[in-house]
Design a protein around this ligand. Structure first.
Ligand code: AHG
Ligand code: MN
Ligand code: MN
Length: 332
């Protein structure tokens, strides 16, 4: 899959042939609807306080987390943006307990984290939107919640849009990863990178170090060895970054390699992790695998996990292959 740099997203959709076949028109429409909504959201995010977008919404989501105004606005706009898509049977979101039937029947199911990095909205740090598109097993059957509970391997597309100094999208259709940047003057996403790859080795890791005392031994061992640098078994010095927006941390990993971890910890041992499998871990794992990296929960490959609930949480370790292999070995 090779495309010329600077073509816009629409041109890309009609000209690219992932694995040799044109993108079905229904999937093109859906992707375009999602991406056009993200273009509008980017414009609004940039206005912030000027249009009254900051602050808490004074409500909580199904997972007991405080919702920000922008969490709800982004959720509503995405629903609005895709509701006319003929191929979309239904959608599910971090902000809603149950899925919504769009056409009820159709080829695709859409999942999204409308606004990732909620704690960063009010402090003007990069945030984003994450999306995952599943092929519905039986397009003619009426949509049910259980239709969504497919492993990440059933994704036909996944991506994110990060609202940072630039608004950039990473996308996979199962044949590599491409990136587009929004031209804020025209509202068009333009291709900036074809065939994104994550280097197998790295000297950079990302984890919320304040949870160190709660980690399981394999994670603690891995991070302690990184911290020991040239004085330890790794024999190289590591750098650490933690933005606290998964979109921005994963964007860095896709851009220059690295490891991103939000592992299980002892704070709430019954919780598998903090991040959500269906609309955070799976789409990011699809991107990372398609860029030559790896993504595990410690012992298992995330994309192979069979979900049991729409809002299921999972332990996440993803990025440069050699580091993920090492983490897996420490967990075995
Ligand atoms: P969301 O804003 O969609 O709830 O996701 C926030 C997630 C993720 O983006 C980030 O990596 C992590 O929460 C940050 O958690 P800490 O504040 O515990 O570091
Ligand atoms: Mn999130
Ligand atoms: Mn969110």
């Amino acid at each position: 899959m090779s495309s010329s740099i600077n073509i816009n997203f629409e041109q890309y959709l009609v000209s690219t042939k992932p694995k040799g076949a044109a993108i079905p028109v229904g999937l093109q429409d859906l992707l375009l609807a999602v991406v056009n909504t993200c273009s509008t959201l980017s414009h609004e995010v940039a206005q912030g306080a000027l249009i009254g977008l900051l602050g808490s919404a004074g409500s909580g989501n199904v997972q007991g987390e405080v919702q920000q105004k922008l969490d709800i606005i982004a959720n509503d706009q995405l629903i609005d943006g895709v509701k006319g898509c003929k191929s979309l049977a239904g959608l599910a979101s971090e902000e809603m307990e149950l899925p919504i039937a769009v056409q009820g029947t159709g080829d695709y199911l859409l999942l999204f984290d409308p606004l990732d990095g909620s704690s960063n909205i009010d402090v003007n740090v990069s945030i984003g939107t994450i999306f995952s598109i599943l092929k519905k097993q039986d397009p003619s059957a009426r949509m049910q919640t259980s239709d969504f509970l497919l492993s990440g391997r059933h994704q036909v597309a996944a991506g994110y849009v990060v609202y940072g100094p630039q608004t950039t999208m990473a996308l996979t259709l199962g044949d590599g990863v491409v990136m587009f940047t929004l031209n804020k003057e025209t509202g068009e996403f333009l291709l900036i990178k074809d065939a994104v790859t994550i280097s197998p080795s790295t000297k950079e890791f990302a984890i919320n170090m304040s949870n160190m005392r709660h980690w399981a031994d394999p994670v603690r061992r891995y991070v302690e060895e990184c911290l020991a640098g040239t004085n330890g078994v790794r024999d190289k010095d590591f750098n650490m970054r933690w933005i606290a927006s998964m979109v921005a941390d994963v964007h860095r990993v896709l851009s220059r390699g690295g490891v991103f971890m939000y592992p299980w910890d002892k704070r709430d041992p019954k919780k598998a992790g903090k991040l959500r499998l269906m609309y955070e871990a799976n789409p990011m794992s699809f991107l990372v695998e398609q860029a030559g990296g790896a993504s595990i929960n410690g012992t298992q490959t995330i994309m192979d996990l069979k979900p049991t609930g729409l809002h299921e949480r999972v332990s996440v370790m993803l990025g440069s292959k050699e580091e993920i292999d090492r983490l897996k070995q420490y967990h075995s």
